[in-house]
Write a protein that binds this ligand. Sequence first.
Ligand SMILES: Nc1ncnc2c1ncn2[C@@H]1O[C@H](COP(=O)(O)OP(=O)(O)O)[C@@H](O)[C@H]1O
Ligand SMILES: [Mg+2]
Length: 298
Amino acid sequence: MTLLGIDNLNIRFGATQAVRGLSLEIAAGESLGLVGESGSGKSVTALAILRLLDAAAAVEGSIEFDGRDLLALGPEAMRQLRGREMAMIFQEPMTALNPVMPVGEQIAEAVRVHRRGLKRSEVRDKVLEAMHAVALPDAAERYGDYPHQFSGGQRQRILIAMAVANRPRLLIADEPTTALDVTVQAQILELLADLRQRFGLAMLFISHDLAVVSQVVDRVAVMRHGLLLEQAPRAAIFREPLHPYTRSLLGAVPTMRTDLDRPLAMVGSENAIAQISSDEATVPLREAAPGHWVRTSL
Ligand SMILES: Nc1ncnc2c1ncn2[C@@H]1O[C@H](COP(=O)(O)OP(=O)(O)O)[C@@H](O)[C@H]1O
Ligand SMILES: [Mg+2]
């Protein structure tokens, strides 16, 4: 069953075409990785889904969540959905947290917004449950601590606790580990994989780093300059990348090279890639193998 369906999405900021004719689907419980270099339109896509883009953005196309047309929903209906049925975590945990409010209170606020009828003690139970779910140690003792009293990895866990406290069906994670060191990054990825399993959470996992994405997703979509270039099950992206740009992203993942059963095509200079991309919008996506879509005429 399709949980999120994006169809022919276009996002413009004046003359900048940030997203061009993007179509994507995420099934219930499925995890899709959205990969591409900086500026490819990943974050604006996430913000469009949550209807958090500023008024300067012109959005066309359709975004359906569980059969509801998000672009047609009013602000109040959208507020009901956000944080309850779909939630988001961002790259920088410190800026997303309120520095002068105890973390337990911040998670409690996320719970209360959507469950006004709950008693104080019930809210507290839900907060502690969420803190346990993200493996924050000594939840009860640390309820009243402030963000600066936690490490970067723990702060990201607190944000994830806020995001999953209401058991959303879709979690959008935009570069959730980019600000963290490698060891902590691995722990957070493990946590996200674990939450997915336990809560049957669908996920849109955004990163510029294909290696990071590959650890938590079922399928990968590769974007560049607002255009979807390739989409395939995770294994196929690594075994048989068809688009030159996907191959160049894989070139930045040295450990994966040994897994490829055929040599990587030589990727030329940045100029050569830019050349390919300028004509790309006119090339339709074609299904090269079941579930493996690529925008190339080769
Ligand atoms: N508020 C905005 N106003 C104008 N242009 C924007 C705005 N937000 C994003 N853009 C432009 O949209 C494009 C895609 O940005 P973004 O989605 O943030 O890329 P990514 O997340 O893939 O790095 C970029 O060219 C960026 O400059
Ligand atoms: Mg971004």
